[in-house]
Ligand binder design. Sequence first.
Ligand SMILES: Nc1ncnc2c1ncn2[C@@H]1O[C@H](COP(=O)(O)OP(=O)(O)OP(=O)(O)O)[C@@H](O)[C@H]1O
Ligand SMILES: [Mg+2]
Length: 214
Amino acid sequence: MRGVFITLEGADGCGKSTQAALLADAIAAAGREVVRLREPGGTPISEKVRALLLDPANTEMCPECELLLYEASRAQLVRQVIDPALSRGAVVLCDRFYDSTRAYQAGGRGIDATLVDVANELGRCGRVPDRTLVLDLDPGTAYARATAGGADRMEAEGLAFQERVRESFRRLAAGEPARVRLVDASGEKNQVTRRLLDELADLVGTVGRSGDGA
Ligand SMILES: Nc1ncnc2c1ncn2[C@@H]1O[C@H](COP(=O)(O)OP(=O)(O)OP(=O)(O)O)[C@@H](O)[C@H]1O
Ligand SMILES: [Mg+2]
């Protein structure tokens, strides 16, 4: 069976991690091996890089350092985990990938988009997602969800930053409609899961139809 690489994207608090778990359960219940990952992270090295990136104490981190740390974490994840999983036919579900770098480091931070694309080219080690699901939610609702338990270093950037990130994701979806699908992330969790599975039907089949009221 061919491996399938799916990424979940969207601004802070839109429900990516929640939906990654629900999607993983639904796809695994249909008999596929599912490998669930998050970026930055997913290997011992990448998790150490994650800690550097999200530590609120690292106030001196410059945008270029931040960008390259994301790419370093990503390259290790692709080589060590994603490539082998896809080779053995698994469904890889990754919570964020290079579209986040485009949205946050170019859209949010304002690094030149061409430079970010070059960095992404290196960090992705040749991997392109088969499908990217962008959870779209108004930034006020998303931000309130995300910061309910306190802000991490990225979330501390505030609402205007999140608005730029959202717009950037919407442009990515408009520019690559075959790969990147914008999905309404408002409403009940199970409703959102249903919308996401509909956008994956051509890749993983019709799964999760029973027991969700759909
Ligand atoms: N459809 C929903 N309705 C209400 N609350 C939700 C919904 N989906 C997720 N939440 C809640 O919103 C919060 C943020 O969700 P989650 O952590 O999944 O978002 P995220 O996109 O992974 O955020 P981050 O970017 O910070 O990792 C969580 O407390 C979660 O339980
Ligand atoms: Mg999350």
